[in-house]
Design a binder for this molecule. Structure first.
Ligand SMILES: Nc1ncnc2c1ncn2[C@@H]1O[C@H](COP(=O)(O)OP(=O)(O)OP(=O)(O)O)[C@@H](O)[C@H]1O
Ligand SMILES: [Mg+2]
Length: 256
């Protein structure tokens, strides 16, 4: 199982949207060879969970896994033929003090995923926009780190900050995690700031920043309301087109 965190400390930059839509394309591809994809919602906002499933405040969640109440296998929910989800819940609002007093507090998620290694070919983790122990758990459990960015002012500085954050984590835990892939998940080609940030990201991160930018597209905002990916909701939209091209580019880079 190849585990990938979708991470950015900046809120609202398209982490959840890109995870859902790249995850859907990945699942379609994996279905051809019998592969399965596991999605994990590691954010108390539960946007990933609520973009896929109807509201249910009673279901077990990642909170139960992180607090040792349930094994990961016990909280998994099927969401498509070869896609499963470990949902989040509002209980995650209370996770941080619990994690901070736990033994091995940064490695809980990685340990919990060990029994699932052979069951899935990929696992995608939706991180919250915070530098929390939960986010550190997601990063330590991941082989790859993907950074979705909105091409607004500070986008480049934001990615440099993430590099510093990862180097702090590396020092603390004796690791060598790095950013593997950066892509523009919300981009407006007609906006000068967006254009400049796109060029600057290309210059600053030549091997990591993807050429394909996902243009602003209202269908991407609407699709979660119907609990659908963009490919189910509006396959002819620019959002679907851009995510198809982005997927291809990441695939060619060898990361999917
Ligand atoms: N390409 C796009 N065009 C227009 N709107 C978009 C696009 N991508 C995402 N959005 C919208 O922008 C908002 C933020 O996106 P999303 O929730 O994916 O970001 P996030 O990084 O997961 O946010 P958070 O940090 O709160 O978890 C949402 O309303 C989403 O529908
Ligand atoms: Mg999100």
């Amino acid at each position: 199982m190849k585990t990938i965190s979708f991470f950015n400390l900046k809120g609202g930059c398209g982490k959840t949207t890109s995870l859902i839509n790249l995850g859907w394309l990945l699942a379609q591809r994996e279905a051809k060879t019998g592969g399965r994809v596991l999605l994990i919602d590691a954010d108390m906002q539960s946007n990933l969970t609520n973009s896929i499933l109807d509201y249910d405040t009673k279901r077990h969640s990642i909170y139960d896994v992180m607090t040792g109440r349930r094994a990961a296998q016990e909280v998994i929910l099927p969401v498509r033929d070869n896609v499963d989800l470990i949902p989040s819940s509002l209980m995650m609002a209370a996770i941080e003090p619990k994690l901070d007093s736990a033994r091995n507090k940064a490695w809980i998620l990685e340990e919990a995923l060990i029994p699932l290694q052979d069951r899935y070919s990929y696992c995608l983790i939706d991180c919250s926009p915070s530098f929390s122990t939960m986010t550190i758990n997601a990063i330590l459990a991941s082989e790859l780190i993907f950074i979705p960015v909105q091409t607004e002012y500070y986008a480049v500085d934001g990615v440099h900050l993430l590099e510093e954050t990862l180097s702090y984590i590396n020092q603390q835990y004796g690791l060598n995690k790095q950013i593997d892939c950066i892509f523009a998940s919300i981009h407006d080609k007609r906006n000068n700031i967006n254009k400049l940030q796109y060029e600057s990201l290309t210059e600053n991160f030549p091997d990591k920043f993807m050429k394909t930018a996902v243009r602003k597209n209202v269908a991407l905002v609407e699709s979660p309301v119907f609990r659908e990916s963009i490919f189910e909701y509006k396959p002819s939209s620019t959002g679907a087109e851009d995510y198809r091209n982005l997927f291809k580019e990441i695939e060619e880079k060898g990361e999917f």
